[in-house]
Design a protein. Structure first.
Length: 89
């Protein structure tokens, strides 16, 4: 369990992402992930959302570009580090 009372399987990814986004409440990302997927990355949602934070590919591409990153492929959204970085931005 984490300091937030949630099972943080991806704490090593969430913590750096949180630090990069200093305006983000540290509990927001893990709570959001828990609400969306309970930390269990699933197959794409019927609406097309992907990964731990259930991001739509178009939204993730926009968020990646806005943050100065590049989303190389839709498949990249399945990787926790990419999904959490985009979703936390």
């Amino acid at each position: 369990m984490s300091e937030f009372g949630l099972p943080l399987r991806y704490k090593n990814v969430i913590t750096p992402s949180r630090r990069a986004q200093k305006h983000l409440d540290p509990a927001w990302s893990p709570r959001f992930i828990y609400a969306e997927t309970k930390f269990d990355a699933r197959e794409p949602h019927s609406a097309g959302a992907e990964g731990l934070m259930q991001l739509l590919p178009e939204t993730a591409k926009f968020l990646a570009q806005s943050s100065g990153a590049t989303l190389r492929s839709r498949r990249a959204l399945k990787h926790p580090a990419v999904n959490i970085a985009c979703g936390s931005y």
